[in-house]
Design a protein around this ligand. Sequence first.
Ligand code: A2P
Length: 273
Amino acid sequence: MNERTQVTDATPVKALPDAQTVTEVQHYSDRLFRFRVTRPKSLRFRSGEFVMIGLLKDDGRPLLRAYSIASPAWDDELEFYSIKVQDGPLTSRLQHLKVGDQIILRPKPVGTLVHDALVPGKRLWFFSTGTGIAPFASLIREPQTYEDYDQIILTHTCRDVAELTYGRELVDSLKTDELMQELLGDAINKLVYYPTTTREQSPKMGRITTLLDDGTLFRELGIDGMSAETDRAMVCGSMGLNTDLKRILEGFGLREGANSDPAEYVVEKAFVG
Ligand code: A2P
């Protein structure tokens, strides 16, 4: 680690009004990690939204990127799930965060992966790849998700099994965590988790787009398909995934929604780099 890129209490971030303190860091692989920071008392957001976070550059100016808040709106802290890109301007430094370090957080949450951007339905699909699971990590901990839908299906596609760890541990924890049990109770059984890998052998292999196109996903879940009457979807991943899924969802008659004009599905690009 390079001393100059390490964020410590000595960095001027502390002087900024938007500084927040890191409370927890967990590394999953050399490509992925999660961290939690203090939450500004005044920050209100809707589960699924993103904020700008970052660090100060050597010239003293902030380097900020959009990050989905992975924690639910009711949580006392904020959680983020991030990729590590060795030559990425921000994540090459962010990956060295330690408890007690500070980051900049602009408290202006925005985003379309929110319940308000969808019209009422019966089944909600969360389609994600890589770190695109972050907004859904928030939404699967949000009681409204379970109040509004009969079934919630979270699909997560990664290159290898290790990259599924964050999502798998989170889904498992919903069933054992006391607070989550108190909040969700038996409603947690509405959640179906469907992880797949594309480059390493695992029980379910393949891009989710392929599994949708060839019907495997529906067959395995015992579902007839999607319809604009019953199904709602949120998509978060690479540009390629988002484009391909838009085509598939529109093929089922779903229309893209927005905060100002709710419809049957919404899309957001996952932060990469
Ligand atoms: P693949 O291994 O076939 O490229 P990344 O780590 O590059 O962000 O990718 C995360 C996952 O998203 C990988 O499993 C990758 O599959 C998958 N993926 C990439 N592009 C698409 C796409 N257009 N449609 C569906 N899945 C995709």
